[in-house]
Design a protein around this ligand. Structure first.
Ligand code: FES
Ligand SMILES: [Fe+2]
Length: 456
């Protein structure tokens, strides 16, 4: 049942020197931002497989991790199996981060209890030989899997566990998925919604700090829409470039915390048709005030720029994502890390004054709220049941195209023309769902080229 909406609205104080009237800091929007067990957003996030660490982080020692306020430990045993267990030993509570990884399972350092990757207790060596204690209980464990160098865990109710969300781009020929993980020092919502705010690329990443290629300095026309019946949100971002070129960029966010981002290196001087996502990432809450970005940087001959050596543990080759080396450097060259962590650890929506270019942020919050409240059936993943864990890949709408579209074609206002071309590219990309794999890519690419020809 939908609850009444208790959110306050921002005060509008239209007079100079008015801080005295604007001092109050209201509470955060708890329904969207709080992630602990039993919270609305926390339980929604738990319906999805979440990436929690990289495979390469699991060597001979256990790894203490915190996900959505839960203290966990991840490890890889001698048989190569990965376990994600509640961090505190079910005997007398010491942390399994000090445990010994064993040929099979992990042994608590305190009294030597041995736990398998699924939480079964294999040994309680200090207990009498005839003790039945180990068979009477299990230590808490979550299901996990590894895929392309990332460990994913499912923290939800066991009978609701969904299939793993494979997307088309991961399996494309010639694409290498290079995993990365880095800290984000704020609540997850403000970082996820940032994906739908491409105007910040014009200012933060281009005009004010030169992170991206100069093409991003152009102010774009942006349109947003829900997709997948509320399971996701896309933007279509259009920039007018030199020589009658128009850059049409789409970004696809899947609820709740998954996004796929295109190039930040193409300079818009050459034509491009349906270039795929360069980044696939999840913003995973550590707790209400901290998160980690985990995902893959996609490399391949078809993608420009970047540096594979800059992608991995606490590093990524997109400028401005990780903390600067010093406070002065952060002040001189702020990036996403600074801008978002400085929105307060949990941004206060009730103090914001949203404009036209914040349409994606507002849409994401509305879409997320509906999903959390159970009002969008399509935004709830189906339990895998008897189906295989890895199902058919789903399609990403993320793309970059640079098309030759004469300025003011047909006597149109160019801003309207950008909207028209963007809408048609969006239609082509979404309608491409009728096809699969290479046929889909070929069809969409051909149709975008045909669209371009219609404007000559
Ligand atoms: S606290 Fe872990 S075995 Fe005793
Ligand atoms: Fe950014």
């Amino acid at each position: 049942m939908a609850r009444s909406d208790p959110r306050p609205t921002a005060p509008v104080v239209n007079r100079p020197y008015s801080a005295y009237f604007q001092r109050e800091v209201p509470r955060e929007d708890e329904e969207l931002t709080h992630v602990g067990p039993g919270t609305p957003a926390g339980e929604y996030l738990r319906r999805f497989w979440q990436p929690v660490c990289l495979s390469e982080q699991l060597k001979d020692l256990p790894l203490a991790i915190s996900i959505m306020g839960e203290a966990l430990v991840a490890f890889r045993d001698g048989e190569g199996r990965v376990g994600v267990l509640l961090r505190h030993c079910c005997h007398r509570g010491t942390s399994l981060e000090y445990g010994m990884v064993q040929p099979r399972g992990i042994r608590c350092c305190y009294h030597g209890w041995l736990f398998d990757v699924d939480g079964r207790i294999l040994e309680t060596p200090g207990e009498p030989a005839d003790s039945k204690l180990k068979d009477a209980l299990c230590h808490g464990a979550y299901p996990c899997l590894e895929y392309k160098g990332i460990v994913f865990t499912y923290l939800g109710a066991p009978d609701l566990m969904p299939q793993f969300p494979v997307h088309d781009v991961y399996e494309e020929p010639g694409v290498e998925c290079v995993p990365f993980i880095h800290k984000v020092d704020n609540n997850w919502v403000q970082t996820e919604e940032n994906n739908l705010d491409p105007v910040h690329s014009t200012f933060l990443h281009s005009r004010l700090s030169p992170h991206f290629v100069p093409t991003f300095t152009r102010v774009p026309r942006i349109d947003w829409q829900e997709v997948g019946a509320g399971a996701g949100v896309i933007y279509s971002c259009k920039r007018r470039l030199e020589n009658d070129l128009m850059w049409v960029r789409m970004l696809h966010v899947f609820l709740p915390n998954e996004s796929h981002v295109g190039t930040v290196w193409d300079d818009g001087t050459k034509r491009l048709y349906f270039q795929r996502a360069l980044y696939s990432r999840w913003i995973v809450p550590v707790d209400n005030e901290h998160s980690v970005y985990v995902g893959w940087r996609h490399f391949g001959a078809q993608f420009p720029g970047g540096d594979r050596a800059l992608c991995g543990i606490e590093k990524i080759d997109m400028e401005g994502q990780t903390a600067r080396d010093s406070y002065e450097e952060a002040q001189r060259h702020p990036g996403d890390y600074e801008a978002q962590s400085a929105q307060r650890k949990i941004a206060r929506h009730a103090l914001e004054h949203l404009g036209r270019t914040d349409g994606g942020v507002a849409l994401f919050r509305r879409t997320l709220r509906k999903a959390i409240r159970g009002q969008s059936p399509a935004a709830l993943p189906k339990p895998a049941g008897n189906r295989p864990l890895f199902g058919k890949p789903t399609n990403l709408y993320t793309e970059d195209s640079v098309l030759r579209i004469p300025v003011g074609h047909g006597g149109k206002n160019d801003w309207d023309l950008m909207g028209e071309v963007g809408d048609r590219v969006t239609e082509i990309v979404i309608a491409g769902d009728r096809y699969e794999g290479p046929e889909r890519i070929a069809t969409i690419t051909r149709q975008i080229k045909e669209l371009e020809r219609q404007y000559q």
